[in-house]
Structures are given as structure tokens and as C-alpha cells.
Ligand binder design. Structure first.
Ligand code: ZN
Length: 76
């Protein structure tokens, strides 16, 4: 049953890919000049200023996830 085995490999790969891309320290998020939250790129709070950074950097600098756009958080 070679086809079945290949299917398992594909499913396993997809599961790993989802885990890796879900919330990574290198995920791009956005902060503002004055706020204490970090955001997804589409968040309306980014109208005033939009500074690209990474999830890991934002958390290291004490930023918290925005309650409106619910950006990813880091799972330890
Ligand atoms: Zn936001």
C-alpha cells in the first residue's frame, strides 16, 4: 500500500507546517508609535502609524496582543 504511506507522509508534513507557521517568533506583526499593543497588518488601529516588527521582538519589548485584531501569540 505505497499510496497510503505517501498520504500519511503528506498529512504529517502539513501538520508540521501548520505548527511551524502558526505562531513563530519571526511572524511579522505591527506596532504603533504610541501604543502598547502589537497588531495584525489589517488592524484599523494602524491608521496612525504602522511599524513592522516581529512577534518575538514585540513581546521582548513588552508589547501585548491587540484585543481587536487578535494577533498571534507565542506558545512556549
Ligand atoms: Zn490591532
Amino acid at each position: 500500500m505505497k499510496i497510503k504511506k505517501a498520504l500519511y507522509v503528506v498529512i504529517l508534513f502539513l501538520l508540521i507546517a501548520v505548527t511551524v507557521f502558526a505562531a513563530d517568533a519571526n511572524t511579522v506583526v505591527y506596532i504603533t508609535k504610541t501604543g502598547a499593543k502589537y497588531h495584525r497588518g489589517s488592524c484599523s488601529y494602524l491608521r496612525q502609524s504602522k511599524i513592522e516588527t516581529t512577534l518575538g521582538d514585540a513581546i521582548n519589548r513588552g508589547y501585548n496582543p491587540c484585543s481587536r485584531c487578535k494577533p498571534p501569540v507565542l506558545d512556549e
